[in-house]
Design a protein around this ligand. Structure first.
Ligand code: ADP
Length: 484
């Protein structure tokens, strides 16, 4: 039996990406196909999406969708079916998916993403001819209202279950109570077990309340969000949901992230031809204006934010350089962190190379040319860069939290003895923890046999979507079975 799933997201590769959510929403449909799940993705019609969509067929129109005319276009996301919500009043803007070019959030984001949810609920309810679904899968707060609309304002038709996936609990889509009437929900939705949250409207909270199952993107994060430290105010709800909240680890797209066939890198390689990585290291040094030597080259590919521990990184760079190491970094985010990094690069010419911006191709070259990647996140729902690093023989140096704890085996004596270590973990994110992790990593690097073992162990790991695709398919099947 084939299950038809409507996946609702605010970004998906290859059409629009600001972070890991896009990687997951883009890759999951293909991962589900072998397990009898046919996925159609619903995305907002931002200019970038409409441009890449090309000529598309209109299959439905709303004279007013939360106040704006909208139409539904049908196209393809890779080989999988795609629906695009073309509502120019909401999405035809220059800037990013969530804000203007300066990074300031659009003031009407609540209405823009409520409309996405409303459209999803209408589609799931049978409003659009020849579009029938057994389940709706909503990703993050931007899609969360789909679950609430399905619960409170179902279009006439059958009721289907929904799954709410939390990619990051820190982003909840929290708005003042004054927006409630604009959501066009029945009054009963204004309730503690509805969309109300701490006196306002919480989109993610509403999705979690309304969905039949909630998933986080790693098992450890599913446990962590039960505590106040990680639950960000929703820990009580997580606890109340009990075993309806579970963690399913993200996979990586192993066609896109494979050093044997990566068009972005100078020299392709496999575990058997690891020595060829050196050509990539030399190329990266040149590209980033770094000295060329045989000392360890650390890389960072990250949003430059507190969550990612990037405020601590500049403080530790003199220590890193003092240990004979260098750093190549690509990232963007907080301007204070960007300035601190520029200052460190100016202080340590040839040792620290900083690129501010977003560059997908360079991120591949960093994974292929770097010896180790630093991921000192304070919390990390799953994290993808450490998974790409494992596949590329770039040793991950991570904090012991969330998906980082679930995917990297620390090179402690037991793991080294058993021959299973894949990286370095640190406890807590502060100067001392990061400096100690760097010292430990450099020492491991200076023992070539051990280092090679770490690289090979990482490259052997299978963090493709194979297992997680199956886990989602099983979850969908169980929810559909219990509602029919
Ligand atoms: P998050 O989604 O919290 O930012 P993840 O590790 O889950 O973190 O995913 C980040 C994704 O974005 C990865 O695919 C990573 O390679 C990519 N990325 C982050 N910053 C940059 C950048 N400046 N340039 C290119 N790719 C980046």
């Amino acid at each position: 039996m084939t299950l038809s799933v409507l996946s609702v997201a605010s970004e998906a590769v290859p059409l629009v990406k600001t972070g890991g959510l896009a990687d997951v929403a883009g890759a999951l449909p293909a991962a589900l196909a072998p397990h009898g799940v046919a996925t159609t993705t619903l995305l907002p019609g931002y200019p970038a999406v409409l441009e890449k969509l090309g000529k598309a067929k209109e299959i439905h129109a709303w004279p007013s969708l939360l106040g704006e005319p909208a139409r539904l276009l049908s196209g393809k996301l890779g080989a999988q079916p795609l629906l695009v919500l073309d509502a120019p009043g909401f999405y035809a803007r220059t800037g990013g998916p969530y804000g203007d070019a300066s990074g300031k959030d659009w003031a009407d984001n609540w209405r823009r993403f409520a409309a996405l949810g409303r459209a999803a609920a209408d589609i799931a309810g049978g409003a659009v001819k020849r579009q029938a679904f057994d389940l709706v899968h909503a990703h993050d707060w931007q899609a969360a209202m789909a679950c609430a609309y399905m619960r409170y304002a179902p279009f006439k038709g059958r009721r289907v279950p929904s799954v709410m996936t939390i990619h990051n609990m820190a982003f909840q889509g929290y708005y003042p109570a004054a927006i409630f009437p604009g959501l066009e929900l029945p009054q009963e939705a204004w309730a503690i077990d509805g969309v109300e949250s701490y006196g306002g409207v919480g989109f993610l909270k509403a999705g979690m309340q309304s969905a039949q199952a909630v998933t986080t993107v790693s098992p450890t994060y599913a446990l962590e969000v039960r505590s106040a430290e990680f639950g960000m105010g929703l820990e009580g709800l997580v606890e109340a949901k009990g075993d309806r909240v579970r963690g399913i680890l993200n996979g990586i797209d192993s066609a896109e992230w494979n050093p044997a066939h990566d068009p972005h890198i100078a020299a392709a390689y496999t575990a058997r031809t690891l020595a060829r990585r050196t050509a990539n290291k030399r190329a990266l040094e040149t590209e980033m204006g770094l000295d060329s030597d045989d000392g360890p080259l650390f890389v960072v590919i990250s949003r430059l934010t507190w969550q990612k521990g990037m405020d601590v990184l500049p403080e530790v760079l003199d220590h890193l350089v003092g240990n004979g190491a260098r750093l190549a970094l690509i990232g963007s985010g907080d301007s204070a962190i960007e300035s601190a990094l520029h200052a460190a690069a100016a202080r340590q010419p040839g040792r620290i190379g900083v690129r501010i911006g977003y560059d997908e191709a360079l991120s591949h070259r960093m994974q292929a040319g770097g010896d180790a990647i630093l991921v000192p996140s304070r919390f990390e729902p799953c994290g993808l860069t450490q998974l790409y690093a494992l596949a590329y023989g770039c040793v991950p140096v991570v904090s012991r939290t969330g998906g980082l704890a679930d995917t990297v085996i620390d090179a402690n004596p037991a793991a080294l003895n058993a021959g299973v270590a894949t990286g370095v973990q640190m406890n807590g994110v502060n100067y001392h923890a990061l400096a100690a992790a760097i010292t430990r990593t450099v020492a491991l690097y200076r023992d070539p046999a051990t280092w090679r073992q770490l690289q090979l162990n990482g490259m052997k790991c299978d963090f493709s979507w194979r297992q997680s695709g199956k886990a989602y398919a099983e979850l969908y099947a169980s929810l559909v079975a219990e509602t029919t």
